[in-house]
Ligand binder design. Structure first.
Ligand SMILES: Nc1ncnc2c1ncn2[C@@H]1O[C@H](COP(=O)(O)OP(=O)(O)O)[C@@H](O)[C@H]1O
Ligand SMILES: [Mg+2]
Length: 560
C-alpha cells in the first residue's frame, strides 16, 4: 500500500461533513414552507416560536460543523504535503537517474493539484451532487412533474457537458502542449544566452520564437472561443431551468388546488439546490478530470518505483573491497548494450585506472559503480554484499563520486562540500585540504561561507571541479570514483590532484580513476582498458601497459 492511501483517509471526514452540512442547509427552506403552509394558516404563535428555535439550532449545528470541517481541511492540506511530498521528491530524484524512464518532473505539481481539489471547493461540490437523488425524491413526492422537468433540464446540461468536453478538451490540450514547447524554447535560449549573444543568433531565435508563439496564440484563441460559447449556453440553460422551478410550481398550482404556494416556493428552491452542483460539475469539469488524472499519475508513479527498500541486516561499514561479476548494462528502451560482461575485482585500498576511447562506456561504468544505474545482468558487490541491497542514503556515505559533468548547488562552499548537510567544519576543512583547495577558498570574500550562486555560477570551471572533488572526499568514503577529474584543471590544480591521489592511496581508500592523462596513472596499481563497452585488458598496471605495448609492436610489424 502506498502513501497515496493517506489521501483517501482524509477524504472520508471531508465527505461526511459536507453531506451533513448540505442536509442542514435546507433547514431554512423547510422553515419557510412551514411558515407559509402552517403558521400563517393556523395563526399559531407557539408553532412559530418552536419552528424558529428549531431553525436556530439546526443553523448553529451547521455553523459548528463548518468550523470543524474547515480545520480538518487545513490540517489535511498540511499533512498531505508533509507526509507525501518528501517521499515524492525522493522518488522523483531517484527516478531521474534512470536512463530508461522519462523523469517525472511534474510529480509535486500533480500532488498540488490533487491536494487543492481534495481540500478545496471542488470536492464539496462533487459531494453535493451526491444529494441529487435525495432532492429528486422529495420533489417527486411533491409532484412528479417537477422531477420530470428537472430531469429534462439535467439531461440538456449533461449534453452540453459532453459537447463541451468533446470540443474544448482536445483544443485546450493542443494549446497547452504548444505553450509548454514555447516556454521550453525560451528556457533553453536563456540557458544558452552567451552563445546566442556572442554569435548573433538573436534574430533567428526571435523568428523561431515568434512562429512558435503565433501557433500558441491561434490554438488558444480557438480553445477560448469554444469555451466561451459553451459557457454562454450553459449559463442560459441554467438560468432558464432555475426559473422553470417556480414556473412548474405555479403551473401545478393552477392545475391542482391542493398544491400550496409554500410547496411552490419550496419546489423552486429544490430546483436551484439540485442545479447548483450540476452546474459546478459542468463548469468545473476540467478541475475534476485534472485532479483525477493527476491522482492516477501519482498512483502509477508510486507503484512503479519499489516502495519498500529491501529489508537487510545492518551491514558493517565496508572496507572498500569491490567486485563486478559479469556486469552487463544497456538501455532497454532502445535495445542498446553499453557495457558487456564486465568482471574484475579490487581489494580494499587498491587504486584502479580506467582508460579507453570516448564513448567506450567509462562514465557508464562509473555510474554503475556508485549505484545510480543498476546492471541489467550481473552483480556489483562491496565487501561481498550486492550494492543494490544497500539503501542509497547509507551507501552514499561510503561513496565519493566526482561525475564528469559536475553540478553544484546554490549555497555556500562549505554546504556544497558537506553534500548539503549541516557542514561539519573539521571534516569540510579536511576534505578541502586534501583536495588542495583550502588556500583558494580562504582568498574568497567570505571564505567557506561564500555563496557560489545558482549552479556555482560565481566559480571558474576549475574551481567547480575542485569543489566537486572535495565533496567526493567529504566524510569517510571507502570508495572513490573520479570521472576525468582533471578535465578543467590548470597546472596548479593538476599538481594538487596528483598530491591528493597520493594521500588518498596512503589513507587506504579504494579509488577508481577514469583519466586520459598518464601522469595520474603513476598512483594506480591496476589498469583497465575499456573498448566498445568490453574489457580489453585488466590487471596490474605494468603488465597491462606491457601487453598494450606488445600489441602495438605486433601491429606495427604486421603493417610493415
Ligand atoms: N543516459 C544515456 N542514455 C543513452 N545512452 C547513453 C547514456 N549515457 C551514455 N550513453 C551511451 O553510452 C555510451 C558510452 O557512454 P559513456 O559511458 O559516457 O562513455 P565515455 O565516458 O567512455 O565517453 C555512449 O555511446 C553513449 O551514447
Ligand atoms: Mg565519460
Amino acid at each position: 500500500m502506498n502513501k497515496l492511501f493517506f489521501i483517501r483517509h482524509y477524504f472520508l471526514p471531508t465527505a461526511f461533513f459536507s453531506l451533513v452540512i448540505n442536509l442542514l442547509q435546507i433547514a431554512p427552506m423547510f422553515y419557510m414552507m412551514q411558515l407559509y403552509s402552517r403558521v400563517i394558516v393556523t395563526r399559531s404563535e407557539e408553532a412559530f416560536w418552536l419552528l424558529s428555535i428549531l431553525l436556530l439550532v439546526a443553523l448553529l449545528v451547521m455553523g459548528a460543523l463548518e468550523i470543524v470541517k474547515a480545520r480538518i481541511l487545513v490540517s489535511a492540506n498540511n499533512a498531505i504535503d508533509a507526509i507525501i511530498a518528501p517521499d515524492l521528491l525522493k522518488k522523483m530524484v531517484e527516478g531521474a537517474t534512470s536512463p530508461e524512464q522519462n523523469p517525472y518532473h511534474y510529480a509535486l505539481k500533480d500532488l498540488h493539484t490533487v491536494r487543492t481539489f481534495l481540500t478545496g471547493h471542488g470536492i464539496i461540490q462533487v459531494m453535493e451532487a451526491l444529494w441529487l437523488p435525495f432532492y429528486l425524491l422529495i420533489m417527486y413526492l411533491m409532484h412528479p412533474l417537477m422531477v420530470f422537468v428537472l430531469a429534462i433540464g439535467i439531461l440538456l446540461m449533461g449534453c452540453v457537458t459532453v459537447v463541451n468536453e468533446y470540443l474544448t478538451s482536445p483544443a485546450l490540450a493542443e494549446a497547452n502542449t504548444a505553450s509548454r514547447n514555447t516556454s521550453r524554447f525560451v528556457d533553453s535560449a536563456m540557458q544558452n544566452a552567451e552563445v546566442v549573444n556572442a554569435m548573433g543568433m538573436l534574430p533567428s531565435l526571435t523568428r523561431r520564437w515568434a512562429s512558435l508563439n503565433d501557433r500558441v496564440m491561434a490554438l488558444q484563441t480557438r480553445a477560448s472561443n469554444r469555451a466561451g460559447t459553451i459557457s454562454g449556453s450553459t449559463k442560459f440553460l441554467r438560468i432558464l431551468i432555475g426559473a422553470m422551478g417556480s414556473g412548474v410550481g405555479t403551473y401545478i398550482v393552477l392545475k391542482n388546488q391542493t398544491f400550496s404556494p409554500g410547496l411552490m416556493m419550496a419546489g423552486g428552491i429544490m430546483f436551484a439546490k439540485a442545479l447548483g452542483p450540476i452546474e459546478y460539475i459542468i463548469t468545473g469539469w476540467k478541475n475534476i478530470t485534472d485532479a483525477r488524472s493527476a491522482y492516477f499519475r501519482l498512483d502509477k508513479f508510486f507503484k512503479q518505483i519499489n516502495d519498500n527498500p529491501p529489508v537487510i541486516m545492518e551491514l558493517p561499514p565496508p572496507t572498500g573491497q569491490i567486485s563486478l561479476e559479469h556486469v552487463t548494462f544497456g538501455i532497454r528502451s532502445n535495445n542498446r548494450i553499453i557495457l558487456k560482461d564486465i568482471s574484475f575485482s579490487l581489494a580494499a585500498g587498491e587504486a584502479l585506472g580506467v582508460v579507453g576511447p570516448s564513448a567506450s562506456g567509462k562514465s557508464s561504468l562509473a555510474r554503475l559503480l556508485v549505484g545510480v544505474w543498476k546492471p541489467l545482468q550481473g552483480v556489483i558487490r562491496m565487501d561481498g554484499a550486492d550494492i543494490s541491497n544497500w539503501p542509497s542514503e547509507k551507501l552514499g556515505g561510503y561513496i565519493g563520486y566526482l561525475p564528469q559533468d559536475i553540478e553544484l548547488f546554490a549555497g555556500t562552499i562549505a554546504e556544497n562540500i558537506a553534500r548539503l548537510d549541516e557542514p561539519d567544519s573539521e571534516q569540510v576543512l579536511a576534505a578541502a585540504k586534501l583536495a588542495g583547495l583550502n588556500e583558494i577558498i580562504l582568498q574568497m570574500p567570505n571564505g567557506y561561507d561564500t555563496q557560489i550562486g545558482e549552479g556555482g555560477a560565481v566559480l571558474s570551471g576549475g574551481q567547480r571541479q575542485r569543489i566537486g572533488f572535495a565533496r567526493a572526499l567529504y566524510g569517510s568514503p571507502r570508495i572513490l570514483v573520479l570521472d576525468e577529474p582533471n578535465a578543467s584543471l590548470d597546472t596548479a590544480g593538476e599538481t594538487a590532484l596528483v598530491n591528493a591521489l597520493q594521500q588518498i592511496k596512503a589513507a587506504g581508500i579504494t579509488t577508481i580513476l577514469i583519466t586520459h592523462n598518464p601522469n595520474y596513472l603513476s598512483n594506480v596499481t591496476k589498469l583497465l582498458i575499456l573498448q566498445n563497452g568490453t574489457v580489453a585488458a585488466f590487471g596490474a598496471k605494468d603488465w597491462v601497459l606491457a601487453q598494450a605495448q606488445q600489441a602495438k609492436n605486433q601491429q606495427a610489424q604486421v603493417s610493415t
